[in-house]
Design a protein around this ligand. Sequence first.
Ligand code: AMP
Ligand code: MG
Length: 435
Amino acid sequence: MNPAKRSCDYPMLTVDEAWQRIASALKPLPPVCKPLAEIPGLMLAEDIVARDSMPPFAAASMDGYAVISGDSSSERTVTGEQDAGIDLDLAVTWGTAVRIMTGAPLPTGADAVIPFENTSEEAGVVRLLASAKPGANVRPAGQDITAGETVLSCGSELGPAEIGLLASLGYNRAWVHPRPRVAILATGDELVSVDATLRPGQIRDSNTPALLAAAKSCGFDAFTLPHPIGDNASALEQAVVTSLSGCDMLVTSGGVSMGTRDLVKPLLAKLGEILVGRVAIKPGKPLTFALVQGKPVFGLAGFPVSSLVGFEQFVRPALRLLAGQRLLWRPCVEVRLTQDLRHDPERTEFQRAVVETAPGGYWARGNGPQGSGRLKSLAGANALLILPVGMGDFPAGSRVMASLINRPETLEDLPICHPGKSNATLGKETVRLSL
Ligand code: AMP
Ligand code: MG
């Protein structure tokens, strides 16, 4: 009699089903009010309304002479000088002019500024070598912004210009979604830290530094415990509970498969609820997502490529959701293959590749052998080729979608180019980029 096949308690989900379950369990972290120096790259959690107009007063936009434009006399008596930073309450009348510097308030009566380069001044009289139209070289009050206007809306990403705007309007703090803190936890009896001497049977823990780097490259704060955790139920439980207490999301690697020492899934089921227990992907099929104490936990498969690809495809967009980001997905382009690719039609496969521009579009070649332990396949790769479920091998010249993993996210909401969609749909939405 054949021994019974071991079964897994969790249904095999498609990429889209898994992502739907993950996304619907997440919402942006509650807003906090932070000083301007701490908000670059964060998402605004309020509308910003201008308290003042910008500029707040009519001001010269060049150094020169404030004049009445309708005055046709070519010589004017200079009655004073108006510098920036103070309002001397000067006035310009017919036949007179006021020397004025860029940014200074326009004297009463003046409606234009003639630049110094079009004038000459001697003994208190300025000769004007050019005429001026009304409003020339003057920034009227409220030209940029009017008081009461909504200048930035909730959900905007705060870059240098947005932060400059906040400062110009007198906001020294703003309500933002905080940067998620990510805890990384590597598990496995065979793991030792990078600086330890290897004993027979041991390997260096490469996932912790790789996943810390992945989290930091999203712009988020990441930390880990001093050492990897062995495959021991109580040590693992203690490490998970400790890590969870200081983070917004926990990401573990290893211990999610079917082995007798794979203890992460049972622990997450004991402490919380597993929403995703298996996904039809290659690499990284045992990818797990759970909520524990209300916090999201990803259990990534231990193979180095599986954990980084799982991070790229699921953890990174989930972190961006926590951060209140709307753009969740990397740009995808349609590429042609320079070589044959083998593909298991049962799973969505993410093959590590190099995409290059060439006459007629983008071309992709695999970045070396694709085993899930072969980290070299990711080093130097700029794309993950998405080989969809339901399709077999791809001969050279075939068209497939490629997610450009070195490019910032450009797509909102459910990915147009997400691997769960069919190739036909994807092709229409291709984003053109130069690589
Ligand atoms: P697991 O998912 O625990 O079954 O591990 C799968 C494979 O990945 C095994 O060959 C492990 O030795 C390897 N592995 C697990 N965790 C790590 C890690 N942190 N760094 C490098 N390799 C790992
Ligand atoms: Mg293991």
